[in-house]
Design a protein around this ligand. Structure first.
Ligand code: SF4
Length: 333
């Protein structure tokens, strides 16, 4: 029987799942994922986690709890830094320890430290450290990672070409790519801004991206903006932003707002996120300066779908009315 590694479907899952899954597959390790977030997972996570945590961290606890009796290991890397001189949110750094503290009966946690603050060479160290749980052959580990990384880069390039990640049907399991992307002309283009674990978790955001698409809106997300372009625009801030994901969100938004390439911005934020409270203000100011409509949706475990629907409907209606009489409608819903 093959060793089983659990990957919780939360936090950086949406960014790196493909890379991790291929890597473990190449090492002949069986990967078990938790299902998409549902009511049980959310409730379990809320009960297990400390009250002060943000919603995505609570949800992550629920995913770990789901996996704990089904696998030999759970993969929860400790993300400190993904780029030279930059940092991740401290909650990513403390995630393995928070989980250990809050959930009983866990299998061994693979909490490899990813810290590229000083040099990218540390990535190799992290890869080897993870692979050694399953083999003592460093060549096999590095080969498994290189192949997985190549595949991951294809995925990233596809997003930069304009495909929203939730439409990459079958990408993870097949070389043959299909997308659900509707190529018809869209009525409006909306930048759906926020952390990947808020934007792509359809349960906690109440299927927001698909709600917009059903109104014939082209949805653009941070991951679809070329990272180099986002970084270039983030440099326009008076002070360098040292949060990697802050750079992506703010720089990506600035690039589309300045080029007037979008009709509106929806910032999806998790209640209790300190990072978002800074980022959303920067984006809102830039949107105002450029007369691009902007609205903020804050989600937590108590958010009701009816209220969210009303906000979205009102925002889209406002965008459409502006076509007829732009001067009479404010840019902020
Ligand atoms: S960036 Fe915000 S939402 Fe993400 S883990 Fe940190 S506090 Fe939570």
């Amino acid at each position: 029987m093959r060793v089983k590694v659990g990957i919780p479907r939360g936090m950086f899952y949406h960014d790196y799942y493909l890379l991790w899954k291929r890597f473990f597959d190449n090492l002949e390790v069986e990967v078990v994922m938790s299902p998409k977030t549902n009511r049980d997972i959310l409730n379990t996570g809320v009960q297990a986690c400390v009250d002060e945590a943000c919603l995505p961290v609570k949800v992550f606890h629920g995913h770990v709890d789901y996996l704990k009796d089904k696998v030999d290991y759970i993969f929860i890397p400790k993300f400190i830094s993904l780029y030279r001189g930059e940092y991740c949110c401290p909650k990513h750094l403390g995630l393995p320890d928070m989980v250990r503290h809050s959930i009983d009966g866990l299998p061994q946690i693979i909490d490899t430290e990813v810290n590229l603050r000083k040099s990218n060479r540390r990535l190799k160290k992290a890869v080897l450290e993870t692979g050694r749980y399953f083999t003592n052959n460093p060549r096999k580990i590095l080969k498994a990672f290189d192949e997985a990384y190549d595949k991951y880069k294809q995925y990233v390039r596809l997003m930069w070409q304009g495909v929203i990640p939730i439409d990459l049907v079958g990408f993870y399991d097949s070389q043959h790519l299909k997308t659900n992307e509707n190529k018809n002309s869209y009525k409006k283009r909306i930048l759906l801004l926020g952390h990947s674990y808020n934007v792509y978790d359809e349960y906690i955001n109440m299927n927001l991206a698909n709600k917009l698409k059903n109104r014939n809106i082209k949805v653009i997300t941070t991951e679809m903006i070329d990272e180099e372009i986002a970084r270039y625009y983030a440099l326009k801030l008076p002070k360098r932003m040292f949060w990697t994901h802050g750079q992506r969100i703010v720089g990506g938004a600035f690039s589309l707002i300045e080029k007037k390439a979008i009709d509106g911005v929806i910032y999806l934020s998790a209640f209790g996120c300190g990072l978002d409270s800074v980022l959303m203000d920067l984006v809102e100011r830039k949107a105002k300066e450029n007369q691009i409509p902007y609205t903020l949706l804050t989600i937590d475990e108590h958010t009701g779908e009816a209220g969210l629907n009303t906000r979205i409907e009102a925002f889209i209606d406002m965008l459409e009315w502006r076509d007829g009489d732009e001067t009479n409608f404010p840019t902020h819903g």
